[in-house]
Design a protein around this ligand. Structure first.
Ligand code: M6R
Length: 618
């Protein structure tokens, strides 16, 4: 994980790098650092804590902030605890070279021992300090320039990296490289300046032109010169593709909301419309998705669909399982990418693998894709971040158009993933004839109502807030749902635990009797999804069972429900919709509830402890 930001050009680099790091804090926020080059000297500032802590250090020392070249880092610790010493950037032994790194050097220990035997000493516990000294050693031994030294050093390295390296003996360039961790280069007008970052958000107000480095590539960035990109292994020069960015500054700001998470919850109506716009055409009675249309035979002839994902995206995948099996009658397996990739799974060329990822950078999901491809499966990606590693690694795909999701807790990513999966399931169902034309048409009409219904549902905020106030001190919570809403129960529990640190578990409602029921007493809040479709009566029975054991029931019901209202301690009403689309609505109150509880408990909503938005380590 970790975020990298850098600048080389004619402007003062400090504000660009520091503001860029703030935008990248979603990638990690346990320490931060910057190296500024003022034309003569390098100035290093680094600290445990956030980028705002780094600013406190540099506040009064203007010389630390001066210069037109800078590289910075915001860290999510892997090797070595978060402290000042382990923070990046790291210098080489001579003090000439400096490096920021996102990723893990797996064979760092072997390299470190070798370097120690050659007289190197280390200040930190990081793999990064090992890498910068390896580069220094290669540079000395081969008597070569920085670019060559980085390239040769990287051929000795096992692991994942996105790096930016600066050499004071050649202070007109920054060398960057990637393998498994993302890095983008913003290209300024007439090559007069360049921006380096883990994603394009740090430089969006300066340039709309960017190069996304591919795995195994290295770039030498010099002011006033064309960027040179080459392959690390075979030294081949690459014609780097300069892409036009669509991202806007407005999209990555809070827009008047107190937290990104709240903004993103409220963006869901717009995000869902953006996700189906141009694809779902109810008047024509079709769904157009190029990635599916171009590969229709693969889907129709598939023995099964395997969905791989992590976290919230895995929960969306579970909803996908219900959608595909229910509508398109295709068998589906949903796998945690981290288990799938290490399980020696049986995959054939008759399998279609769907990889779901908001960031498009999740290491385990990426590895699962590579494994599936190596076994001949067709791999389809559902990603939010355009140009991300997963989007590029898959054979075809469909983007969710949620816009940047910055809050660590996924909200709009989840609902837009479900939207894409619904569109695919409906499209396949139509093609296979497993849904009648009228049923297909009815689904499309109903889907069109969802954004407006969410808009209306968001008006219950105060009601949800009052429920949050009652249960904010709970130690444990249960979330129950059946069918399409079982994954929502899992997602509701995940939202609560990740931002409020309250222990919560999601269960299929009927499973309660097989264990969790033992936990129920008058102190246990139980959130139950009891919409009027599917297994309503069964869920009502489960609610009765909870009531008889004095559990506190907070039920999400369909508007107009009277039965559950009589039994539950609190109800939250959602509008009427097709059962298949209920997750798009039932998840909203749980998002709001978790948000309010976290705010009431004074937790860091957007950057919860120990987490990072983009999990690029396994
Ligand atoms: O970017 P991805 O969708 O691949 O991320 C997967 C999980 O890390 C992510 O969904 C995580 O569980 C969220 N923080 C949950 O809110």
């Amino acid at each position: 994980m970790c975020g990298i930001a850098g600048y080389i050009g004619y402007r003062e680099a400090y504000p660009i790098v520091v503001n860029g790091l703030k935008r990248l804090e979603y990638r990690g926020y346990d320490s931060a650092g910057i190296m500024m080059y003022d034309g003569k000297k390098m100035h290093l500032s680094k600290t445990k804590g956030k980028v705002s802590d780094l600013e406190l250090i540099t506040e009064k020392e203007t010389e630390r902030k001066h210069g037109t070249i800078g590289i910075g880092h915001t860290r999510w610790a892997t090797h070595g605890v978060p402290n000042d010493t382990n923070s990046h950037p790291h210098f080489s032994q001579s003090g000439d070279l400096v490096l920021v790194h996102n990723g893990i050097i797996e064979n760092y220990d072997t390299i470190k021992k070798e370097l120690i035997s050659r007289g190197y000493t280390f200040k930190s516990d990081t793999d990064t300090e090992v890498l910068i000294n390896l580069i220094e050693e290669v540079k000395k031994k081969e008597n070569c320039k920085l670019g060559k030294a980085v390239q040769l050093a990287l051929t000795q390295v096992v692991g994942a990296y996105a790096i930016a390296v600066f050499d004071i003996t050649k202070p007109n360039e920054i060398v960057v490289a990637r393998l498994g961790s993302p890095i983008a280069i913003g290209v300024g007008k007439d090559n007069k300046e360049f921006f380096i970052a883990s994603d394009t958000s740090p430089f969006i107000e300066f340039t709309k032109k960017a190069i996304y480095l591919e795995d195994g590539e290295l770039a030498i960035i010099k002011k006033d010169k064309e960027i040179k990109v080459r392959q690390i292994k075979d030294d081949k020069l690459i014609n780097a593709d300069i892409q036009k960015l669509q991202l806007s500054l407005e999209q990555i700001e809070k827009g008047g909301y107190e937290h990104f998470m709240l903004k993103e919850i409220h963006e869901q109506p717009r995000a869902i419309v953006d996700t189906y716009r141009g694809r779902m055409l109810p008047d024509e009675g079709v769904i157009k998705m190029a990635g599916i249309d171009d590969n229709m035979s693969k889907f129709l002839n598939a023995d099964r669909i395997i969905i791989v994902a992590c976290g919230t995206s895995w929960h969306a995948g579970l909803v996908g399982e219900y959608l595909f099996e229910d509508m398109a009658r295709i068998p589906v397996e949903v796998e945690y990418a981290s288990e799938f990739r290490y399980r020696n799974p049986i995959i054939t060329s008759k399998d279609v693998v769907i990889a779901i990822s908001q960031s498009g950078e999740t290491a385990d999901t990426l590895a699962a894709i590579k494994l599936a491809k190596s076994k001949g499966a067709f791999v389809f990606g559902v990603c939010n971040v355009v140009g991300s590693s997963i989007a590029r690694e898959t054979h075809a795909g469909a983007y969710t158009h949620a816009g940047p999701e910055i809050g660590v807790a996924s909200t709009k990513a989840f609902t837009t993933q479900i939207t894409v999966l619904s569109l695919i399931a409906l499209k396949l169902a139509k093609e296979k004839g497993s849904l009648s034309t009228s049923a297909f048409q009815a689904y499309l009409q109903t889907m069109q109502l969802i954004p407006g219904q969410i808009e209306k549902l968001l008006e219950i905020d105060e009601h949800v807030k009052s429920i949050a106030a009652v249960y904010k001190n709970a130690k444990n919570c249960l979330y129950l749902g059946r069918g399409y809403n079982f994954p929502v129960a899992l997602e509701g529990a995940l939202k609560l635990k990740e931002i409020s640190y309250i222990h919560a578990e999601g269960y299929p409602a009927a499973e309660m009797k097989h264990g969790p029921i033992a936990l129920i007493d008058e102190n246990m809040p139980i959130f139950v999804i009891a919409t009027n479709k599917g297994h309503y009566e069964k869920v009502v029975s489960n609610i009765q069972e909870i009531k008889s054991r004095s559990g506190k029931i907070i039920a999400v019901v369909t508007e107009g429900d009277t039965t559950v209202k009589e039994i539950a301690d609190h109800v939250i009403e959602i509008p009427e919709t097709e059962e298949a689309f209920t997750p798009l609505l039932t998840t909203i109150p749980f998002q709001l509830l978790s948000y309010h509880i976290a705010v009431m408990l004074d937790k860091n909503v957007d950057q919860p402890r120990n987490l990072a938005k983009s999990v690029t380590v396994e």
